[in-house]
Design a protein around this ligand. Structure first.
Ligand SMILES: [Zn+2]
Length: 541
């Protein structure tokens, strides 16, 4: 995720549809239905996939009540009571992936009811053992229907949660859907009751056999990480393009009619996507959606197969490119290359990791690398960015007190989803990325770069594999460098030492002010060219 202007120039049917056999029509892992491109499974392991046609499904249904005052969203959830159990616990997430502060979405739940699906007159006893949890005494009921309502809820730092407007709705999954405790890995279906002449947009694959706005997801994590835009026809503008086998969709909502030239964004989105796909070689998904909330609140928030970005209507696409590139790079870094605690998720206990500087700061580093490679940033603007980023860090005395890994680990204590003790893991992580990349290029005589570290980590951790351990980034750096850079890495990420700007910039033939040194070697020239040139090919492996 990311906040706008952080740095200088960034500026559910009441009919039971949960029974076995449901997956015959859903095709959970690859639906392949037109307009609903198949999506690879989320974070679950292959063994978690159960044979089609025999799987119970948890079915969600959303009913927007736009004419109500205040406007409401009714959520219905159907599930089978697990064999041998007489209680079922449901929880609402306390936090949303990507937004590292506690939001306690349960506090906005109203009118919670649980009923025996076979006899909806039969209301089941419910207790709340803690504010996030509803414990249902299911007794002899085999299938349960839960209903609750939500009104508009406050946004998080980086995204709207439940936004209910007269002509459009935005829903962030963690703020909407409860999960069946102990069964988050079960496949789910989603049906949306659209108001007349409204439509829905979400990266989830459609269930063609059901018709209407009916979707499927392989598990709760994927459902919760797939935001939904529901809008009156004419209140959204969409553009599409294809790169390789991936269908991209740009969905403009909010004040979308205020954008002067929506089509000016498409080439920029393509160039960003091509530059970043170029780093990894392939896309991890067959569909990706950019959800642009025009003149919306918050910043950007990455999701499994999409991102939601608050886009100022007057933004110049090229100048906004690093912001978009940051969110798109999360498709790999943090959504797939991730600390072990960041997928599958514990939605109640805050996930603590020392590596948010890598997840966020190195993503920010690549936002600038990718936009430069894409030719969306000039050489001088590229160098100016680094000069300013270094100058800003050198004015921050918190750098002497807090390390990048502490800034990451303690973010939950600060409550700002930026860092801890005045040190942003975005800011320091971006500069650690710079130093690491230049160092690896130098010690390998330009044969390797941080790109190779990213590829290695993707290869080692992409779902369904577990995420990386706390020391695995360092191990990957050493492997790619072909040398023991542990002390260097620890100095960058785990100490409050000054970052070695002079040493690292000199590898690229640059002084501390990002000006070329009077005399540079052929090696420095090559490094500078490979690092900073538009369309520079990544070093051959
Ligand atoms: Zn981010």
């Amino acid at each position: 995720m990311k906040v706008q202007n952080r740095s200088p120039h960034k500026s559910i049917t009441h009919k039971l549809i949960l029974f076995t056999g449901m997956l015959l029509v859903t095709g959970v892992s690859t639906s392949g239905t037109p307009g609903a491109i198949g999506m690879k499974a989320g974070y679950q392991t292959p063994n978690a996939e159960v044979p089609a046609g025999q799987t119970p499904v948890i079915a969600y249904r959303l009913m927007p009540l736009i004419a109500a005052n205040p406007r409401q969203l009714q959520v219905t959830m159907h599930f089978s009571v697990p064999a041998g159990e007489t209680h079922a616990a449901l929880q609402m997430p306390a936090w949303s992936p990507g937004d590292y502060h506690l939001q306690y979405h349960a506090r906005y739940v109203r009118n919670f009811h649980a009923r025996d699906s076979a006899n909806t007159q039969h209301e089941l006893d419910v207790t709340q053992p803690d504010p996030n949890t509803w414990d249902i005494n299911t007794g002899s009921a085999h299938d349960v229907t839960v209903t609750y309502t939500l009104q508009e809820t406050p946004p998080g730092f980086f995204s709207e949660n439940v936004q209910l407007r007269s002509s459009q709705i935005f829903l962030n999954g963690t703020a909407v859907y409860m999960y069946l405790v102990g069964h988050k890995e079960m496949p789910v279906t989603l049906q949306i009751d659209l108001p007349n002449r409204w439509l829905s947009e979400t990266p989830l694959p459609m269930q063609k056999a059901v018709g209407g706005a009916a979707y499927t997801a392989p598990d709760y994590d994927t459902l919760a990480d797939s935001p939904v835009v529901i809008a009156a026809q004419g209140a959204v503008t969409t553009r599409e393009f294809t790169l390789g086998k991936t269908a991209f969709r740009a969905v403009y909502f909010g004040q979308q009619d205020k954008i002067r030239d929506v089509d000016a964004y498409t080439p920029v989105l393509k160039k960003i996507a091509q530059a970043e796909i170029g780093i990894f070689g392939t896309m991890p998904t067959e569909r990706y959606d950019f959800l642009f909330d025009v003149d919306g609140r918050g910043g950007g928030l990455e999701h499994l197969n999409c991102c939601r970005i608050a886009l100022p209507s007057g933004a110049v696409p090229e100048r906004y490119a690093p912001f978009i590139a940051h969110e798109f790079f999360h498709l790999w870094n943090v959504k797939r290359i991730r600390p072990q605690v960041l997928g599958p998720f514990d939605y109640i206990e805050p996930p603590r990791t020392r590596n948010l500087w890598f997840a966020e700061g190195v993503t920010e580093y690549y936002a600038h690398i990718a936009t430069r490679r894409a030719g969306l940033t000039s050489a001088s603007a590229f160098l100016t960015h680094w000069r300013r980023a270094i100058a800003a860090m050198q004015q921050n005395l918190a750098r002497f007190k807090v390390t990048a890994d502490q800034s990451s680990l303690k973010v939950w204590e600060s409550g700002d989803s930026q860092g801890f003790g005045g040190l942003s893991y975005y800011d320091k992580g971006e500069l650690i990325g710079l130093c690491l990349d230049l160092k690896i290029r130098a010690v390998t005589d330009n044969r390797r770069s941080l790109d190779d570290v990213m590829r290695l980590l993707w290869q080692r951790t992409a779902p369904p594999k577990p995420g990386y351990g706390e020391d695995d980034i360092r191990a990957a750096v050493n492997k790619i460098a072909g040398a023991d850079l542990s002390a260097f890495y620890d100095s960058l990420a785990r100490s409050s030492d000054e970052l070695p700007y002079s040493e690292c910039l000199a590898y690229a033939g640059l002084d501390d002010n990002l000006r070329l040194l009077p005399t540079i070697s052929a090696g420095q020239q090559t490094l500078y060219t490979l690092w900073s040139t538009a369309s520079a090919a990544a070093p051959k492996r």
